[in-house]
Ligand binder design. Structure first.
Ligand code: AHG
Ligand code: MN
Ligand code: MN
Ligand code: MN
Length: 334
C-alpha cells in the first residue's frame, strides 16, 4: 500500500439511509424500506443495460408510450423492474411512470408514498452505448390517501426526496432530501453496494459550458436565441456539450457547472421534458446543490404544478449565475 491510508470507514447507501433515519425521531422506517427497493431497482436495471447487446435486449419493443415515444425493449424491462420493486416494497401507494399511461395504485392501503419515475431516461441513445439513467421523485401522502390524481399533481416543493441514477462507466446515484444536501454514490460492483463518493455536492456558481439541442434553434423564441448567441460571442466563448440523455447532461452539469436547457419552442410549445419525473426531480437536485431551475416563463421549476401526470415543461437548470443570465435576458425582453 502506498503512503495514502486505505479508507476502511466506508459509507454504503444502506449505512447512509440508516443514519438518515436516526435523524428523524418520528421515522417509521418506511422511507428507508422504500429506498432499499429503489436501490434494488437501480442495481437490476444497471445489470440489464450492461448486458443488453449480449442478450438481444437492444432495439425497439415495437410499442410507443402515452407521450408518443417509441419504447425500447429496455424502456419496458426497466419499467417492469421498477414497478415490481415498488409494489413488493409494500410502502408505495401509487406510482407514475413515463411508460404507463395511468398512475398505478398498489394494494398497500396504509402506504404513505407516491413515486414518480422515468425508468430509462435517454433511451434513444441506448443502442449507441451512451449513458442513460433512471430519474425518480417521492411525495409523502396524507394518512389514508387513495393515490388519486390530486395526490400526484403537486409542485416539486412537495417532494420529500428526488434523484437519479446514471448508468455510465459506473452506476452513479445522486440523492437529495427536501431542503437537504445532494449526495453522490458510486456502485462498487465487487461489493454490490452504492458507496458515498460525492458527499454534499455543491455546483460551481458559474462555468462556461452550455447544453442544449441547437438543432431546434430555428424554433426558439428571441430571448433564447439571444442567450445562446451571447455565450458564443462571450470574451471566452462557452463550450457546447450535449449528450441527449438528460441524466448524463445533468450529472456533468452538477459536477462541472454550466447550464442545461430544453426550452419550450414553436415545435414543442409546452417543452419536451415531463414535469413530474424529469423536470421537478432534477430541479430539486439542482437547487439543493446551490444552482437554480426555471421553466420557459422563467418561473421557479419547483413551483410548477402539472395539470396532467405526463405534462411537459421547458426547463433551464444549472449553475446559479448561468441560469440568472437566461432570466436577465428574458426580463430585458419584458
Ligand atoms: P426519455 O428517454 O426518458 O424519453 O427522455 C429523453 C429526453 C431526455 O433524456 C433528453 O434530454 C431529451 O429527451 C433529448 O431530446 P432531443 O433528442 O430532442 O434533444
Ligand atoms: Mn421516452
Ligand atoms: Mn427522460
Ligand atoms: Mn424514459
Amino acid at each position: 500500500v502506498g503512503s495514502e491510508k486505505i479508507n476502511t470507514d466506508i459509507v454504503t447507501l444502506t449505512r447512509f439511509l440508516n443514519e438518515e433515519q436516526t435523524k428523524h425521531k418520528e421515522a417509521t422506517g418506511d422511507f428507508t424500506l422504500l429506498c432499499h427497493a429503489l436501490q434494488f431497482s437501480f442495481k437490476s436495471i444497471a445489470y440489464y443495460i450492461r448486458r443488453a447487446s449480449l442478450i438481444n435486449l437492444s432495439g425497439l419493443a415495437g410499442s410507443s408510450n402515452v407521450t408518443g415515444d417509441d419504447q425500447k425493449k429496455l424502456d419496458v424491462i426497466g419499467n417492469d423492474i421498477f414497478i415490481a420493486a415498488m409494489r413488493s416494497s409494500g410502502r408505495v401507494r401509487v406510482l407514475v411512470s413515463e411508460e404507463e399511461e395511468e398512475a398505478i395504485v398498489f394494494d398497500a392501503k396504509d402506504a404513505r408514498y407516491a413515486v414518480l419515475c422515468d425508468p430509462i431516461d435517454g433511451s434513444s441513445n441506448l443502442d449507441a452505448g451512451v449513458s442513460v439513467g433512471t430519474i425518480f421523485g417521492i411525495f409523502k401522502l396524507p394518512e389514508g390517501a387513495k393515490g388519486t390524481k390530486e395526490d400526484l399533481l403537486k409542485p416539486g416543493t412537495e417532494l420529500v426526496s428526488a434523484g437519479f441514477t446514471m448508468y455510465g462507466a459506473s452506476a452513479q446515484l445522486v440523492l437529495t432530501m427536501k431542503d437537504g444536501p445532494v449526495n453522490g454514490f458510486t456502485m462498487d460492483n465487487a461489493l454490490g453496494e452504492f458507496i458515498l463518493t460525492h458527499p454534499d455536492m455543491q455546483m460551481p456558481k458559474h462555468r462556461g459550458i452550455y447544453s442544449v439541442n441547437e438543432g431546434n434553434s430555428k424554433y426558439w423564441d428571441e430571448p433564447v436565441k439571444e442567450w445562446v448567441e451571447s455565450l458564443k460571442q462571450a470574451e471566452k466563448p462557452y463550450s457546447a456539450r450535449y449528450i441527449g440523455s438528460m441524466v448524463a447532461d445533468a450529472y456533468r452539469t452538477l459536477l462541472y457547472g454550466g447550464i442545461f436547457a430544453y426550452p419550450a419552442d414553436k415545435k414543442s410549445p409546452k417543452g419536451k421534458l415531463r414535469i413530474l419525473y424529469e423536470c421537478a426531480p432534477m430541479a430539486m437536485v439542482f437547487e439543493n446543490a446551490g444552482g437554480q431551475a426555471v421553466n420557459s416563463k422563467m418561473a421557479r421549476m419547483m413551483e410548477v404544478i402539472p395539470e396532467q401526470i405526463h405534462d411537459r415543461s421547458g426547463i433551464f437548470m444549472g449553475s446559479y449565475d448561468e441560469v440568472q443570465k437566461v432570466i436577465d435576458i428574458h426580463k430585458k425582453h419584458g
